[in-house]
Write a protein that binds this ligand. Structure first.
Ligand code: HEC
Ligand code: HEC
Length: 292
């Protein structure tokens, strides 16, 4: 049983609890404390009504204000997008070949293009665009299909040997393993491997085979043909590897590099930006009307 009484010293009622004769006074809570406590409860109730709060099965209650962190990020992205809109429009309107005359548009294009490249291109061409086996290095000035900015843009827009775009770049080296004997392939392999050392592409037995089977695409001089995407075989740059096995493999199987048509996935501004970026990487050449 509790044993409440008035404490004679302070005049305050006790709670009736006592330990070893020490009693607890029933002082009221301080006003400031109590009001702060009520205020936090009120705050909590209002917060739950206005903002996302209670976890439900698939999401949380939304709150009357409709606020969300995702919405915040979307608004920030929209703001950056809006701020860039004038530059983007200028880029879309500017002829790529004339980009050099508009340095601020060019700078914008290369920056934006670098971001497009990181997102869409680096998985094949490498983060630094140096490529790998089957994926061309975009930093050097060895171009399969041509390195002036309009040609690069066309290659990116329509892609290479894909079935999705009727204007995709197209050519197909035959699989010579089905046409020539093993011995002839071996002769050609040795011959092709010696081309970067300056061997005359038409000299010797290898040259004869080369003349009959290869020059229609790779040229009498072995330097390739950009209208066919046929690589230069004299520059010691090997898209599919330069070892004996790799070159023999290229000749007998006929490589068939495929790139998607990016015109389907990128906006016009993104496409022009990434073309400007690739062109600006170091290997870009000046406009050559003959290659377009
Ligand atoms: C799925 C892999 C893949 C992705 C992703 C890819 N490419 Fe390619 N790209 C290739 C291949 C393979 C080739 C070489 C095709 C050939 O052998 O002719 C190529 C060739 C190119 C060429 C021609 C190079 C030359 O020497 O003429 C350019 C330019 C190019 N890519 C740019 C891009 C850009 C820009 C992007 C991103 C928007 C991109 N690529 C994304 C696979 C890819
Ligand atoms: C119909 C045109 C065509 C003919 C004919 C042709 N090629 Fe090719 N060759 C190509 C194309 C196009 C490529 C690049 C394919 C790609 O990028 O996927 C290529 C690639 C190669 C490669 C790989 C080069 C590298 O950088 O890795 C070698 C080696 C090669 N050809 C050798 C030959 C030899 C040898 C012959 C004759 C026996 C021959 N080609 C005939 C079109 C041709």
């Amino acid at each position: 049983m509790s044993n409440k009484r008035i404490d004679p010293v302070t005049g305050t009622e006790t709670t009736g609890h006592q330990w070893d004769g020490i009693e607890e006074l029933n002082n009221p809570l301080p006003r400031w404390w109590l009001w702060t406590f009520y205020a936090t409860i009120l705050f909590g109730v209002i917060y739950v009504i206005l903002f996302p709060a209670w976890p439900m099965v698939t999401s949380a209650t939304g709150g009357l204000l409709g606020w969300s962190t995702r919405g915040d990020v979307a608004a920030e992205i929209q703001a950056v997008d809006d701020a860039q809109a004038p530059m983007r429009n200028r880029l879309v309107e500017t002829d790529l070949a004339a980009l050099g005359d508009h340095p601020e548009v060019q700078d914008f294009a290369r920056d934006a293009g670098a971001a497009v490249f990181r997102t869409n291109c680096s998985q094949c061409h490498g983060a630094g665009a140096a490529g790998g086996i089957g994926y061309p290095n975009l930093l050097d000035d060895a171009w399969l299909w041509g390195g002036d900015i309009d040609t690069i843009a066309t290659t990116i827009r329509h892609g290479i040997r894909n079935e999705d775009d009727p204007d995709a770049r197209w050519s197909q080296m035959p699989a010579f393993g089905e046409i020539l004997s093993e011995e002839e392939i071996a002769t050609l392999t040795a011959h092709v491997m010696s081309l970067p050392d300056g061997t005359d592409p038409l000299a010797g037995p290898g040259g004869e085979l080369f003349d009959m089977n290869c020059t229609s695409c790779h040229g009498m001089d072995g330097k390739g043909d950009q209208s066919l995407g046929a690589p230069n075989l004299t520059d010691a740059i090997w898209l599919y590897g330069g070892s004996e096995d790799q070159i023999a493999h290229s000749i007998s199987r006929g490589p068939f590099g495929v790139m998607p048509a990016w015109g389907k996935f990128l906006s016009e501004a993104e496409l022009k930006a990434v073309a400007a970026y690739v062109h600006g990487l170091g290997g870009g050449t000046e406009e050559d009307p003959a290659t377009n």
